[in-house]
Design a binder for this molecule. Structure first.
Ligand code: M6R
Length: 368
């Protein structure tokens, strides 16, 4: 079933271009989003005044990316909550609140209970789910299925990129319904999305180099991940992957937070992955992250940068640059996450660990 791959995870990482392609299939026509999946929810979209995204683990990081996209495109306030915290916060929910749950399995008990809570409180519910007919999908008013195909490895990879694609489709659809984005910008964003599968193929070609790096780092005790804006959830995801697969202490930070404490952790030789925004970023985040790199480099950090190909500003300060193809800011995470997935898998392999079935973990967490 692994089709020649050494693990399901390796296979699923390689299937990411297809996971995105299939999630978009039939949902983009004439530069517009077509989502018949929304069913009864479609007629309520104009009245929605707030969105709460609920999910756990990797799915929650897809949710964070969904927040950036939905707020930017549809100009609607979005909050992201861990499913298991949501109910206990006595959340404000009305019939105009849309609660979007994200779950690969569709069976995560924490998320299911949160969805049921939202339904009882009278909110509208939409689920983004990778498993046909799963409980969370059946409970929700509507479901947008991600078509990543079955994900077997405990560590989520292809489901994550498919979740981002589904959220972005929904965001662009909402923008069109609410008239918050000109048709030309929607069309351009859809072009970006449709270009992702081919770009993912290119990122996958970095795998041999990442395997080498990971091989040299098998006795590493801690790895830090930095990112900013959409790079921040990518940093969190990189750290989660490394914890669960390689049992290495890993932490993701928003790069701007460094000087507020975490920079104290930097000592000579400390590996730090940095997800670098594109130098074309209109908010000058690129320059800010490059200056973060310089600060930690001066304190001896070993910098592993995931940066846009041709980003010359990073080169002098990084020990290693893993290049990703050019993409619009919101779309970079779909590419930048892949080297971090591969790194975690290869480091776990170098340590002789089972990457498909890490200790203490189950693929689907069906207890609260
Ligand atoms: O099936 P779900 O998407 O609801 O699962 C959510 C998390 O349990 C899951 O993403 C978990 O964090 C993964 N093992 C991460 O790789």
């Amino acid at each position: 079933e692994k089709g020649g791959w050494s693990s399901f995870m390796a296979k699923e990482i390689s299937e990411q271009p297809e996971a995105v392609l299939k999630t978009l299939l039939g949902r983009v026509e004439n530069k517009k989003v077509v989502l018949p999946d929304l069913g009864v929810l479609a007629e309520h979209l104009e009245a929605i005044d707030r969105i709460v995204i609920i999910a756990c683990g990797t799915a929650s990081y897809a949710g964070m990316l969904g927040k950036y996209a939905l707020e930017k495109w549809a100009r609607i306030p979005v909050e992201v909550q861990l499913s298991h915290e949501f109910r206990y916060e006595d959340p404000v929910l009305t019939p105009n609140t849309l609660v979007i749950s994200i779950s690969q399995s569709g069976e995560t008990m924490d998320t299911l209970m949160a969805v049921k809570y939202a339904i009882e409180a009278g909110a509208r519910t939409l689920s983004i789910c990778n498993t046909q007919g799963a409980t969370i999908a059946r409970e929700s008013d509507a479901v947008i299925y991600t078509h990543a195909g079955p994900e077997v490895a405990v560590a989520s990879t292809k489901a994550f990129v498919a979740q981002i694609a589904a959220l972005y489709l929904f965001g662009l659809h909402l923008a069109s319904v609410r008239d918050t984005l000109p048709a030309a910008e929607i069309a351009a964003a859809l072009d970006e999305l449709q270009a992702i599968p081919a770009k993912l193929e290119k990122v996958l070609l970095t795998a041999p180099r990442i395997r080498e790096l990971a091989g040299w780092m098998s006795d590493t005790r801690a790895v830090l991940f930095l990112g900013r804006h959409v790079g921040y959830p990518v940093a969190l995801e990189g750290a989660l992957k490394l914890k669960e697969l390689a049992y290495i202490h890993a932490e993701g930070f928003a790069a701007g937070e460094l000087k507020h404490g975490p920079i104290a952790l930097i000592e000579p030789g400390q590996p730090v992955f940095v997800v670098v925004p594109s130098p074309r970023d209109p908010n000058s985040l690129h320059a800010k992250v490059v200056s973060n790199i310089q600060e930690i480099r001066a304190r001896g950090a070993r910098i592993l940068a995931v940066a846009e190909q041709g980003d010359a500003a990073v080169l002098p300060f990084a020990d290693e640059v893993i290049p990703i193809p050019l993409a619009g800011a919101l779309f970079e995470p779909l590419l930048a996450v892949v080297p971090l997935q591969i790194f975690a898998m290869e480091l776990a392999t170098a340590k002789g660990l089972d990457v498909d079935q890490p200790r203490n973990l189950a693929k689907s967490v069906t207890v609260e």
